[in-house]
Design a binder for this molecule. Structure first.
Ligand code: ATP
Ligand code: MG
Length: 699
């Protein structure tokens, strides 16, 4: 019987309850280093070796006084009972427990690789494949915890609580420190607020209650920290930090892997129900891209009831011997002092007596007991045998179940191998595609460069084209002007032609009149000459009298007139000659004029044709085909030619003007001829007077 001060507060450990060993003590273990593996709010964790079995363990020492004063004893009992029932490759196993005056001692599976926090501190951050593997193993542990009935929420997922089973890259995740928050909640929250706030979820800040999705928020924070080496929410003050968390303002660094960013964004949701589930995380493309880097278990979780309720009831009992709600199974705990060779065990127990417990070992006790009642003993043994037989039957049934399970698992493994092979192939083809893409990209970049060069060339040609267009327009305007001018000239020429025709007909008429008057004059002249001759003859025969005198005077007068007439006829002949010369010259000019006109029309037609050709040519101009300098020169030549031809038109015009002056001259001579014809009319009148006087004289 323990003294009052040593009253037991926890139930005896399963191995003690089963009678397999006496209650373990601190002295059964040797500490392997003075320094604790880690420290917590309620105690420390040490690396130890069990003196008898030589097995290594981590012992978590929890202060009795702290637990009792926090009124957490009933919850601790419940929690320890639940921890025994948990058995998962990625969860630190609780093997045994004991207590002394000051502390509770939890004998835990030792995680040799230390914490993920220590590893992260060493490497600053992890590559994506390693981070994905840690997350994968953590998900397996959380799936197991969440599938308990009621579900166990870890509540404190962070690198310090994630242990590694061995050192180096191959260390697998072992979740530690889970479930404590179920009853250490108030204290833990206070502690957390004093320490880091990095993993605090919005629902914890709002104190609005939480579900298993709290662990998914922490999973998101953890993934961010594993990839970057720092927490996603950082602020100088607690208030600013709370605001950042509540508004989920995550500062992703530049070049953060997009798929990982997507996964984190789907986990860090202020509304818990909006967060991905564990299965969805496992199936997320980022997780699928980073396949397991070491053999990883597959699991189909089954909902299993816990041996007792998680939540604290109104129970206030602190009776140490309080029975756990469900009896322990052998798989749930470990007999610490059990070794493979029972003789050895016996020897060791005799050689190394516990310094604290001076009572003889259980084996010695058994030896000291003399058989008092053999029958009773036999009965007891038979009962025990029966029990053992039952246990053997159970074990065999379990073995066959396990064999079936192994078969199932082998099938799954084969399927996974096939899937793995497929994925590898897919990865290879994706890599090939990526290489192809980068080649294409390089080609594209070259093409883009070419394109920009071509564009510059095209711009240059376009500018030249515009220049040409302007030149062509100028040329067109010039041609139009010339056409207008030529029309005017044609009009002038036809007017001139008409004038010339008119003058010609005038000349012809005058000529006819002149010829007529000339023949008349000659006739008259002959007649007058005859008369004169006759008069002279008759005068020779007659006496000279007064009438003779008057006839003589008349004769003299007529003679005089005749001379004038002769004179006139001579002048007229000269004029006629001049007129004939001029007429000849006119005919020559007329011919020359028609020749020039023909040439001018031909030239005009050519010009028009050329203009049409040029327009067509311009329509066909393509930027790439312009031989700019040569083309420009030829256009300039053509322009010069046109200007030259315009000059020749000027000559033609001068020729026309000259012709006009000649016509004027003819018109003048025509006026002279008219005057002569008037003179002739006067002579006729005189002649008439003369004949009338002759008639009178005859009478
Ligand atoms: P609480 O304050 O709730 O008791 P805690 O954080 O102090 O929790 P744990 O997290 O369980 O307690 O342990 C504290 C530290 O001890 C861990 O961060 C780790 O370094 C170390 N540790 C805990 N358990 C083990 C173990 N099984 N193997 C190796 N080291 C361990
Ligand atoms: Mg911890």
């Amino acid at each position: 019987m323990r003294p009052k001060s040593q009253r037991r507060l926890l139930f005896p450990s399963p191995s003690v309850l089963s009678g397999a060993e006496r209650e373990p003590q601190v002295n059964d273990f040797e500490s392997l280093s003075k320094k604790a593996l880690g420290e917590g709010a309620f105690g420390e964790v040490y690396k130890v070796r069990h003196k008898i079995s030589k097995e290594l363990y981590a012992i978590k020492v929890v202060s009795k006084q702290k637990v009792v004063s926090a009124n957490l004893l009933p919850q601790l009992r419940r929690e320890i009972r639940i921890m025994y029932s948990l058995s998962h490759p990625h969860i630190v196993k609780l093997y045994n427990h004991f207590e002394d005056d000051n502390n509770f001692y939890l004998v835990l599976e030792l995680a040799e690789g230390g914490t993920l926090w220590q590893r992260l501190a060493r490497f600053k951050s992890f590559d994506e494949a390693s981070a994905a593997q840690y997350i994968r193993e953590l998900i397996l542990a959380l799936e197991y915890l969440h599938s308990r009935d009621p579900p166990i929420i870890h509540r404190d997922i962070k690198p310090e609580n994630l242990l590694l089973d061995k050192e180096g890259r191959d260390g697998r995740i072992k979740v530690a420190d889970f479930g404590w928050s179920n009853f250490f909640n108030a204290e833990r929250t206070r502690m957390t607020y004093c320490g880091t706030l990095d993993y605090l979820a919005p629902e914890m800040i709002n104190q609005q209650g939480h579900t298993t999705s709290l662990d998914l928020w922490n999973l998101g924070v953890l993934l961010f920290e594993l990839l970057t080496g720092s927490a996603p929410f950082q602020a100088p003050t607690q208030a600013a930090m709370f605001e950042k968390i509540l508004k989920v303002r995550v500062a992703f660094p530049k070049n953060f892997p997009p798929l990982a960013k997507d996964l984190i964004s789907r986990l860090l949701r202020a509304i818990p129900d909006e967060r991905l589930s564990l299965i969805e995380v496992m199936n997320h493309p980022w997780m699928q891209t980073h396949q397991p880097i070491r053999p990883t278990m597959t699991q189909t979780v089954q909902r299993e009831a816990l041996p007792c309720q998680l939540e604290a009831g109104d129970e206030t009992s602190d009776i140490a011997s309080e029975d756990p709600i469900k009896p322990f199974q052998e798989t749930e705990y470990r007999v610490l002092s059990k070794i493979n060779n029972p003789r050895e065990e016996e020897k060791k127990l005799e050689v190394v007596p516990s310094p604290q417990n001076k009572s003889p070992s259980p084996v010695k006790q058994a030896k000291q007991q003399a058989p008092s009642n053999l029958e009773n003993e036999l009965k007891q043994t038979r009962d025990e045998n029966k029990k053992f037989q039952e246990q053997i039957d159970d074990k065999e049934a379990e073995l066959s179940r396990v064999n079936t399970r192994i078969q199932e698992l082998e099938n799954i493994v084969a399927k996974l191998d096939a899937e793995y092979e497929d994925k590898r192939k897919m990865e290879k083809s994706l890599k090939d595609q990526l290489a192809e893409k980068s080649n294409r990209n390089a080609e594209l970049a070259e093409l883009q460069e070419d394109e920009s060069k071509l564009y510059t060339e095209y711009e240059g040609l376009r500018a030249k084209c515009l220049e040409k267009e302007t030149e062509l327009n100028l040329l067109k305007t010039e041609i139009e002007n010339m056409e207008k001018l030529s029309k005017e000239k044609t009009q002038q020429a036809s007017d001139l032609e008409r004038d010339v025709d008119r003058v010609k007909s005038d000349i012809d008429q005058t000529k006819m009149k002149y010829n007529k008057s000339k023949s008349e004059i000659q006739e008259q002249f002959a007649k007058i000459s005859g008369e004169i001759d006759e008069l002279q003859r008759s005068l020779g025969n007659k006496d000279r009298d007064s009438s003779v005198v008057s006839v003589e005077a008349l004769l003299a007068f007529t003679q005089e007139n005749l001379d004038i007439l002769k004179n006139r006829a001579r002048v007229e002949n000269e004029l006629l000659k001049q007129y004939q010369d001029a007429n000849e010259r006119l005919i020559q000019l007329d011919n020359k004029y028609s020749e020039m006109r023909l040439a001018y029309e031909n030239y005009l037609n050519e010009l028009k044709k050329h203009s049409v050709n040029r327009e067509a040519e311009f329509g066909n101009i393509k930027p790439a085909n312009i031989n700019s300098q040569g083309e420009l020169e030829s256009i300039k030549d053509r322009l010069r030619e046109c200007i030259g031809k315009q000059y020749s038109n000027k000559l033609l015009n001068e020729e026309l003007v000259h012709l006009q002056s000649l016509v004027n001259q003819y018109e003048k001579s025509l006026g002279l001829a008219k005057k002569q014809s008037q003179d002739l009319d006067y002579l006729r009148q005189v002649n008439q007077k003369k004949s009338s006087s002759q008639q009178y004289y005859k009478k």
